[in-house]
Design a protein around this ligand. Structure first.
Ligand SMILES: O=C(CO)[C@H](O)[C@H](O)COP(=O)(O)O
Ligand SMILES: [Fe+2]
Length: 218
């Protein structure tokens, strides 16, 4: 069943505990944590202390999306800070296979994220090692951007590769996800939908998470 991972990038940082407690009560399956270093992406979000603080209150697993250069330097620290799943960017890893093995050795799930211009076919020889592939549906770095329509085709091709290789990694989509595009994303093969602004900018975030989950039952 497709699941929802609200992104705390769009939460009220001055009321982070309150927002995480709202997510605990919600139908969200994961809490998505966006880490940006101002180098791999042109924005700085927050780092390890905020991830740890979120983990102290979260009763859902943390899905940590590392938008940072040379992520190997911080893998162990993010596991200590509560990550249950760590996703690194294909474009940030010179030795991706080695990075994925290190994440798994640390005892958490391993994912790879692809920027909008990066073809899914480049993952062919590493798919069997992955728990998740994150298809970026905006250019990483900022919340609240417009969904890129080519994402559907990428997800369809990735789902085709998954079936052809008999694998069961999850497909996650991140950026501009809302009630309107959720059904088509699920039909294309998405298992996990990240939603930041569509949840936290809504008048009733709990209801929006429930509606996103319903929209994903196609
Ligand atoms: O990784 C991200 C940005 O780089 C965020 O997870 C993503 O943008 C979610 O926010 P929104 O739903 O507002 O687009
Ligand atoms: Fe993200």
């Amino acid at each position: 069943m497709p699941e929802i991972a609200p992104s705390i990038l769009a939460a009220d940082f001055a009321n982070l505990q309150r927002d995480i407690e709202m997510l605990n009560k919600s139908e969200a399956a994961w809490i998505h944590v966006d880490i940006m270093d101002g180098m791999f992406v042109p924005n700085i979000s927050f780092g390890l202390p905020v991830c740890s603080a979120a983990n102290q209150h979260a009763r859902k697993p943390l899905d940590v999306h590392l938008m940072i250069e040379q992520p190997d330097r911080y893998l162990a620290a993010f596991v200590k800070a509560g990550a249950a799943l760590i996703t690194v960017h294909y474009e940030a890893c010179l030795h991706l296979h080695s990075t994925i093995q290190r994440i798994k050795e640390l005892g958490v799930k391993a994912g790879v994220a692809l920027n909008p211009h990066t073809p899914v076919e480049l993952l062919k020889d590493i798919l069997a090692d992955l728990d998740l592939v994150l298809v970026m549906s905006v250019n990483p770095g900022f919340g609240g951007q417009k969904f890129i329509e080519n994402t559907y085709k990428k997800v369809l091709r990735l789902d085709g590769m998954r079936k052809a290789q008999g694998l069961n990694f999850m497909i996650e989509v991140d950026g501009g996800v809302n009630l309107a595009n959720t059904p088509k994303l699920v039909e294309a093969g998405v298992d996990l939908l990240v939603a930041g602004s569509s949840v936290f900018s809504s008048a009733d975030p709990l209801a929006t998470i429930r509606q996103l989950r319903q929209a994903a039952q196609v």
